[in-house]
Design a protein around this ligand. Structure first.
Ligand code: UDX
Length: 434
């Protein structure tokens, strides 16, 4: 089928490339000319496993352009995959979605289905459909279909090609069937529902996962108080199929481009309808506190952070991506710098991005061992393999005073047991040998 995709971020680009892999003719549209030029050469503008290879493989079915008019004019299906960032009040900012909707209205010259992949508040598809219909410049029929995206960064290609489910929210059978045809060759179970339910499924899923993480983090904090071990507790909980063993990993809180914004957006929407989501509010509050957990721990070991050399290991919100959005490291490094600490950081992919946030203020190291050199404190924010592969002895050998605060429980406690150091992680007993 002839498909256009608006937006070449994680959602748009991965969707476009995976649809090309399934033999569709795909035109990816973006306003950023530099990005388009890169993609025309087969270079992926985002760090995502398997994406460059898949792009190259399907280049004969992929077109990248800033010329939206041409791309939309004769497309049978147009996917909207632009961002819906958070506004200051927590609500979703739909300006990019509406910009694309306007461009679609001005450009389409044949009947087509507009598919909203971006995460949008419940009821938005109805509004977008009306908006496009009102602004059409050609006598054509358009229908909006909600088709939320569930990909995770780092595994986006796999999550799309082997999706757990494909949700299709349509008001008209005909429009729903067009999407069924788009996804004909995808093996995932397809759920056909109405548009508002599809929109709701997306928020309900993301916010449930965020809630699950905040719940386990709160349990982890309590484990520290009562002397239980969160790893064992999570394992014991996860064996119950009703609970499931995924997303029970305690840490310094969720970050990324989705959970923080989608929890706030649904909470905002609830309040808008005078139906506050109390569970989501709690998940947000717990996460905000959790992000500060390592700094609070640091202050237990040092009355002042001024003049300390701090090794910061991992900067991204999770491994496998160079995305720093809402990464707990950002807040913590800001506090460290404000308190006068000297920060040496290691991250395998996010150095350049992070330097834009704190230009010239951090010494970046190519290896985690270099960051540890002469450090008074080590804080771990991301469970990259390079960090997990460090031996406990390395911390002792390299650091001036080995105080290790592990925000991702990268190591087994027993590995540190007999060493002259402090190893303090999340929801587990602290090894304190100095
Ligand atoms: C998430 C959803 O998983 C995905 O379905 C949705 O489409 C977009 O949002 P993503 O943000 O890429 O994907 O990452 P994810 O792997 O879900 O992790 C989000 C955050 O939660 C990370 O900071 C991660 O470290 C944290 N997390 C995840 C935990 O702290 N514990 C866990 O058990 C799982």
């Amino acid at each position: 089928m002839k498909i256009a995709v608006a937006g070449t971020g994680y959602v748009g680009l991965v969707t476009g490339v995976c649809l090309a892999e399934h033999k569709h003719e795909v035109t990816c549209v973006d306003v950023d000319e530099k990005k388009i030029e890169k993609m025309q050469q087969g270079i992926s503008p985002i760090y995502e496993k398997g994406l460059p290879e898949l792009m190259k493989k399907n280049m004969d079915r992929l077109t990248f352009t800033t010329d939206y008019k041409k791309a939309y004019a004769d497309a049978e299906v147009i996917f909207i995959g632009v961002g819906t960032p958070e506004k200051v009040d927590g609500s979703a900012n739909l300006k990019y979605v509406y910009t694309v909707a306007k461009q679609i209205a001005e450009s389409v010259e044949r009947d087509c289905v507009v598919v909203v992949k971006s995460t949008v508040p419940i009821g938005t598809n109805d509004k977008i459909e009306n908006y496009i219909r009102e602004h059409l410049t050609h006598p054509v029929e358009i229908d909006c279909v909600s088709n939320p995206e569930f990909l995770s960064q780092g595994t986006a290609v796999r999550d799309t090609l082997h999706a757990a489910r494909i949700i299709i929210g349509a008001e008209k059978e005909k429009a729903g069937n067009v999407l069924m045809k788009v996804y004909e060759d995808f093996e995932a179970p397809k759920i056909l529902t109405n548009r508002r339910s599809a929109e709701m499924i997306k928020y309900a899923s993301n916010d449930f996962l965020a809630l699950k993480i905040s719940y386990v983090n709160e349990i982890a904090n309590f484990c520290e108080t009562v002397g239980a071990d969160i790893e064992d507790v999570a394992k014991g909980m996860g064996m119950d199929e009703r609970i499931g063993n995924k997303f029970l990993k305690a840490g310094i809180g969720y970050g990324g481009s989705c959970f923080p914004k989608d929890t706030k957006a649904l909470h905002w929407l609830g309040n808008y309808y005078d139906k506050e989501f109390k569970t989501i509010k709690a998940a947000i509050e717990v996460n905000d506190n959790q992000k500060l957990k390592l700094i609070k721990k640091a202050r237990q070991y040092y009355s002042s952070l001024e003049g300390l050399t701090v090794a910061v290991l991992g900067l991204t919100f999770k491994p496998g991506t160079n995305d720093l959005r809402e990464a707990p490291s950002i807040l913590n490094v800001g506090i460290l710098l404000d308190d006068g600490a000297v920060v040496k950081a290691f991250d395998p992919v996010a150095e350049a991005e992070f330097d834009r946030l704190y230009p010239g203020k951090i010494k970046y190291c190519e290896l985690p061992e270099q960051a540890l050199e002469d450090a008074d404190l080590c804080m771990i924010f991301t469970e990259w393999e390079e960090i997990k592969n460090l031996t406990p002895q390395t911390f002792c050998n390299k650091m001036k005073k080995p105080v290790i605060l592990d925000g991702r429980n990268c190591f087994q406690i027993r590995e540190f047991e007999d060493l002259p150091l402090i190893y303090d992680s999340i929801g587990r007993r602290t090894v304190r040998n100095i």
